[in-house]
Ligand binder design. Structure first.
Ligand SMILES: [Zn+2]
Ligand SMILES: [Zn+2]
Length: 269
């Protein structure tokens, strides 16, 4: 087993989307669990509306996760609020959808390099494609996004697998992720180790990067345990001898200008 930095969690929801607890409770819980780097990844897609009157007062009864104004405010908020918690580093990201055409659901004015790292996900199935093409469109959308945006992490790949995904296609996902430098997220929610075995073994074989997370919302009974789901998943890393991404490269002091992603569409006609 190689030495790896694993005390991180790159997918945590906050009251800016649908987390059920105040940010202080979440951050203190993460610190208690020994987490050193947390990445906040609230939902960004059109109509990502969240009702949080208690947490933001009457003036912000609804958070619109797709608003440029809110996204800029949120970024600045995390940067400043981190000063209250010197034991943990905050990274600023979002859970950005890949639409069926392989485009990211970012509002106009927000580009992928707005975030400390780019975390993408395949939730969206609108607009829909003809029956029987789901499996093909799932793959096509993800790979187009890999090529066009070079995301840092693909969130919970397994949660949105087509129903009968053949092993060869699961392996193809691993190969594409490796080729484009996208880390596959290990996410405990609906994680079926038996089904994912080929993916994990293939990832081990090819040195694919994996990411850890809790995908915390606060929906479970024991929130301290839920906040520790990233470290539950470290058991999988050890069992399959997987390579983790190193989130320290996303800290502002370690990001060189040469590693920045090109702006969306910048070099395409
Ligand atoms: Zn998700
Ligand atoms: Zn999530």
């Amino acid at each position: 087993m190689r030495e790896q930095f694993h005390l991180f969690d790159l997918h945590v929801h906050t009251p800016f989307s649908d987390a059920q607890y105040p940010l202080d409770t979440i951050v203190e819980g993460l610190i208690d669990n020994g987490i050193k780097i947390v990445g906040f990844a609230d939902h960004v897609f059109p109509f990502a509306m969240y009702h949080n009157p208690k947490r933001f007062g009457d003036r912000r009864r609804f958070n619109n996760g797709y608003s440029v104004d809110l996204l800029r405010y949120r970024k600045e908020f995390f940067r400043i609020y981190n000063k209250k918690f010197p034991k943990i580093r905050f990274l600023h990201s979002a859970e950005v959808d890949i639409n069926p055409r392989g485009q990211l659901t970012l509002p106009r004015g927000i580009t992928p390099d707005f975030f400390d790292y780019l975390l993408v996900v395949k939730h969206q199935t609108f607009p829909t494609f003809p029956r029987g093409t789901h499996e093909f469109m799932w793959e096509a959308g993800i790979y187009k996004a890999f090529v066009d945006y070079r995301p840092d992490v693909l969130a919970h790949p397994h949660e949105n697998f087509p129903k009968h995904l053949p092993v060869e296609k699961m392996k193809r996902l691993v190969l594409y992720a490796t080729k484009y430098g996208v880390a596959l997220e290990l996410n405990k929610n609906k994680f079926d180790e038996a089904r994912l075995k080929p993916l994990l073994e293939c990832g081990h074989e090819h040195g694919t990067k994996f990411s850890l997370c809790s995908d915390f919302h606060g929906f479970k009974k024991d929130i301290i345990d839920e906040l520790n789901y990233s470290q539950h998943m470290f058991e999988i890393v050890e069992r399959y001898d997987l390579d983790l991404l190193d989130p320290r490269k996303f800290l502002p002091e370690n990001r060189s200008s040469s590693t920045r992603r090109p702006l969306q569409g910048a070099d395409r006609g």
